[in-house]
Write a protein that binds this ligand. Structure first.
Ligand code: PHE
Length: 322
């Protein structure tokens, strides 16, 4: 009876416990039940029958306990544990690229085909690169249009409000001619809605050489848009940016309405002056566009917030070579 209790009360939590339990009772040399069986040989036949039955029952009790633990924890007998190469493997789900990354890579691919080099710029900027050098002096009204997140004041350090700051960094370091593309996050203190967010991605392209003209700009934009949308109806609308002159906004015709997708223009001579490029010799154009907006049109998405919900049901739908 005591031994039965011992067996029943033995606590098996892990497979190590199980092994200790098995060895304690059924171990080949010192297992309690093994020893009892050995003792059995020494006693009279009459007693053998009685004790043999009892010991057999105890052995069953031990084996039952082992089997129950094994089936609960799916521990197979040694034989079953052997590797079977014919069993199909468990398939691993492969993730997909984020739609914004797909579009970013597509734009890089399209632009590099016509000679643009991809560069990155910092998201944390100073006032000069984000505003002043781009001909947006302090108190300029267009600073208000780009509600800025300041990280510190005096000196002003901020989260860039547009990728045009990359133009300044690049032009300061390199001598023309060059064609450069940059894509990255920009930040504006805007209320979150289906159309706007406080963080979004912009692509910025600029091209500087001798005799770059507005028709080069138009042709480049036309190439970009038709590469992205196929044959699309587009129009240039006169606009204003402090760092380009003349400036335009580009709309495309989509679902029976004109949708604005980018700003562009010929780089203002004042900007050239700020980065020591001679505007008598060189001219250039720049364009900037919002990736989220563009993706809304391309993928027919209704709400900009879905990009960052991290819902796999949304993200899974995008398969791409990029
Ligand atoms: N930086 C402008 C914006 O954020 C876009 C732009 C880029 C316009 C380059 C003209 C030239 O709205």
């Amino acid at each position: 009876e005591e031994l039965k209790k011992d067996i029943q009360c033995f606590h098996i939590k892990t497979s190590d416990d199980l092994e200790t339990f098995r060895i304690k009772f059924l171990g080949k040399k010192k297992g309690i039940i093994t020893i009892l069986f050995k003792e059995l040989k020494k006693i009279s036949i009459h007693k053998k029958i009685i004790y043999g039955k009892i010991i057999n029952e105890l052995k069953k009790e031990v084996q039952n306990k082992i089997n129950i633990f094994r089936s609960k924890n799916e521990i197979k007998n040694d034989k079953e544990l052997k590797f079977d190469p014919t069993i199909p493997g468990k398939s691993i789900e492969i993730g997909s690229r984020h739609p914004l990354s797909i579009l970013k890579n597509r734009i890089i691919d399209i632009s590099t085909k016509i000679g643009f080099t991809y560069v990155d710029g910092p998201e944390i900027e100073d006032d000069w690169h984000n505003f002043t050098a781009l001909n947006i002096p302090i108190f300029h009204p267009s600073r208000e249009m780009q509600d800025t997140f300041f990280l510190c004041k005096n000196p002003d350090i901020l989260l860039r409000t547009h990728t045009s700051s990359v133009q300044i960094r690049y032009m300061k370091k390199h001598d023309p001619p060059f064609r450069v593309l940059s894509i990255g996050k920009v930040y504006r203190n805007e209320t979150i809605s289906s159309r706007s967010n406080f963080m979004f991605h912009q692509a910025e392209g600029f091209y500087i050489d001798k005799k770059v003209s507005f028709s080069d700009l138009k042709e480049t934009i036309y190439y970009l848009i038709t590469s992205l949308f196929g044959e699309a109806k587009m129009r240039f609308r006169p606009s204003y940016f402090p760092f380009t002159e003349p400036s335009a906004e580009v709309d495309i015709y989509c679902n029976n309405e004109w949708i604005e997708i980018m700003g562009c223009g010929m780089i203002d001579p004042k900007v050239f002056k700020n980065v020591n490029i001679d505007s008598e010799i060189y001219s250039g154009f720049a364009f900037g566009l919002g990736i989220e907006r563009l993706a809304l049109i391309i993928y027919q998405i209704k709400d900009i917030r879905i990009y960052f919900d991290n819902d796999v049901r949304f993200l899974k739908q995008f398969k791409s070579e990029f």
